[in-house]
Design a binder for this molecule. Structure first.
Ligand code: IPE
Ligand code: IPE
Ligand code: MG
Length: 237
């Protein structure tokens, strides 16, 4: 079982369009799929689920859609957090939160505080997140608190300042909606992640689809630069 699954939940707009519905109907339906996926991951004993909810590039969308997504995020926090808490789920939000209004920021910190000592699944929502921003931000924060590193620093020096420092790197990455790209999601953390792309649109992503992705992950050999023979030898020891 993967310890950490990261998902780009893509295809909401196309799902709605196919049904002659407004794009936002796809986002609404997408929240239900997220709820089911969280439940499934918690039941299967996945430790970390990280989902891309809003990218730093998504501000380029029509203002109506952007404000609908903000409202949806706020509603989700208001409605779902107590349920997450009851289910021992820890909620984290990563991204540049300075662009969100104070009300949303308040709900985010309250939700994180409430669920911070839960020991079940850690659900991370990436909102106004960008992988390049994360790396720059971490480097800046590192140099601010440890100015002596300016001449030379290592990967290990930066890592504690990255937004997902509390989690192992994703084992499995899933992108729904047919596109085969990373779209500035977790660039640093996906370095050795197994990638799974599916044409299934996010609002149609169900347990069977999740199972399919996990099965694909389980059939792969993770070599991390070594040879297949070396791995066999290790196993036989
Ligand atoms: C993903 O679905 C949700 C967000 C980016 C918020 P899209 O809205 O990108 O759906 P498509 O790709 O247009 O179908
Ligand atoms: C990526 O989806 C971001 C989220 C799912 C939140 P997009 O639909 O915005 O990605 P691009 O722009 O098509 O690559
Ligand atoms: Mg899209």
């Amino acid at each position: 079982m993967p310890r950490h699954i990261a998902i780009i939940m893509d295809g909401n707009g196309r799902w709605a369009k196919k049904r002659f519905l407004p794009r936002v109907a796809g986002h609404q339906r997408g929240v239900e799929c997220l709820r089911d996926t969280v439940k499934a991951c918690a039941e299967m004993g996945v430790g970390y689920l990280t989902v891309f909810a809003f990218s730093s590039e998504n501000w380029r969308r029509p203002p109506d859609e952007v404000s609908f997504l903000m409202q949806l995020f706020l509603k989700m926090l208001q409605r779902e957090v107590s349920k997450l808490h009851e289910n021992n789920i820890r909620l984290k939000v990563i991204g540049d939160l300075s662009r969100f209004d104070t009300e949303l920021n308040r709900y985010i910190s309250e939700a994180e505080a409430l669920t911070s000592s839960n020991s079940g699944l850690t659900l991370t929502v990436a909102a106004n997140y960008g992988g390049r921003w994360d790396i720059l931000n971490a480097t800046r924060a590192m140099l601010q608190s440890r100015p002596e590193l300016v001449a030379e620093f290592s990967e290990e020096d930066i890592e504690p300042y990255l937004s997902m420092h509390y989690a192992p790197e994703p084992d499995l990455f899933i992108r729904t909606g047919g596109e085969k790209r990373i779209s500035n999601f977790l660039l640093w953390q996906l370095a050795y992640t197994e990638l799974f792309f599916t044409d299934t649109l996010w609002p149609a992503f169900d347990r069977a689809a999740l199972q399919e992705a996990i099965q694909s992950y389980q059939s792969r050999e993770r070599r991390f630069g070594r040879t297949s023979d070396q791995l066999q030898e290790e196993q036989n020891k």
